[in-house]
Design a protein around this ligand. Structure first.
Ligand code: NAP
Length: 281
């Protein structure tokens, strides 16, 4: 039977250790602040923002939020970002995505100071990851590395296949696995013979964005399977990109959905905020 990688427990342990760090910093008179900007009132975004505030509260990070109307102009948002970039009491800034259609997402995200870019989306931080220097790393792939390490799954020398090449998940995930000395293959929608490539994987990381797409036909016996996907099925139940019931019997370890990769993302965001405060303030 496969080891079920318990993201809920691992993220809780990390949050508790971050809480201790924040308490120690407070004793030295230092406090950490995250600013979350939400434009419009997309219900899913509101849930994500509320969860981020809740995690900040638990760990002891100050959270400040700007809930701006849908009609906010790009210039107004850029002005606010400039102001926050220069505010020395603010350590992390994030703009909840998606932004309204009249805004240029790239322009907005690139305006956040790389030293406060706790989402790890700024090209300067992406470049740091590429050349192996310190910088903020996109939270979901960073969380996957933490999950593997906390589960004592060794990465070095392993064949790792990453399905997906988005800037937020697939590409940084592949770079992080390379940094951990895996031999990495990246697959995407134009990949030929996906099944056979996946069958070579000791560690298969799935970020394909299609519910239950990966079944037992893609899995090498004994593989570790990490499911980044998150969807609601026909019965409104959460599910991942991997068909858990069909894949689990074959693998040595697997993340469930929910309770696998999901809880790690906010946790890594909190970690980045504390690092922003420690290194750049
Ligand atoms: P995305 O931007 O839609 O990227 C999907 C990737 O999968 C693309 O690179 C695409 O290739 C590739 N792909 C699509 N169909 C394919 C196929 N038939 N064969 C091989 N590759 C295929 O999605 P994302 O933002 O990276 O997110 C991936 C999943 O993770 C989603 O389910 C999302 O909801 C979830 N997610 C979860 C968290 C979390 O906190 N747990 C965070 C972020 C995302 P092309 O590049 O060629 O189009």
């Amino acid at each position: 039977m496969a080891q079920i990688i318990d993201g809920k427990r691992i993220s809780q342990e990390i949050k508790d250790s971050l809480k201790v760090q924040v308490e120690e910093l407070k004793e030295q008179g230092k406090s950490c602040t995250l600013v979350v900007i939400q434009i419009g009132n997309d219900p899913a975004s509101s849930v994500y923002v509320a969860n981020k505030k809740k995690a900040c509260e638990y760990i002891g990070i100050n959270s400040r939020s700007y809930e701006l109307p849908e009609e906010t102009t790009e210039d107004e948002l850029l002005e606010l970002i400039d102001e926050l970039n220069h505010d020395s009491t603010v350590h992390g800034i994030l703009c909840q995505l998606p932004l309204p259609k009249h805004m240029n997402e790239k322009k907005i995200l690139n305006r956040i100071s790389p030293q406060k870019d706790v989402d790890g989306f700024h090209p300067e931080n992406v470049g740091h990851l590429m050349i192996g220097e310190f910088g903020f790393v996109s939270c979901t792939p960073a969380g996957v590395i933490e999950l593997l390490k906390a589960s004592n799954i060794s990465i070095e020398g392993k064949n790792c296949v990453v399905i997906g090449r988005s800037n937020i998940v697939g590409k940084p995930m592949a770079m992080l696995m390379l940094r951990e000395n895996a031999t990495v293959t990246i697959c995407h929608s134009k990949t030929n013979d996906l099944k056979n490539i996946c069958k070579q994987a000791d560690i298969l990381i799935v970020a394909i964005g299609k519910p239950k797409y990966i079944n037992e036909e893609y899995i090498k016996e004994g593989a570790v399977v990490i499911d980044v996907g998150i969807h609601r099925d026909a019965n409104n139940k959460l599910c991942g990109d991997v068909d858990f019931e069909r894949v689990e019997p074959l693998c040595s370890a697997i993340t469930p959905v929910p309770g696998g990769v999901g809880p790690m993302t906010i946790c890594m965001l909190m970690k980045n905020c504390i690092e922003a405060m420690k290194y750049f303030s």
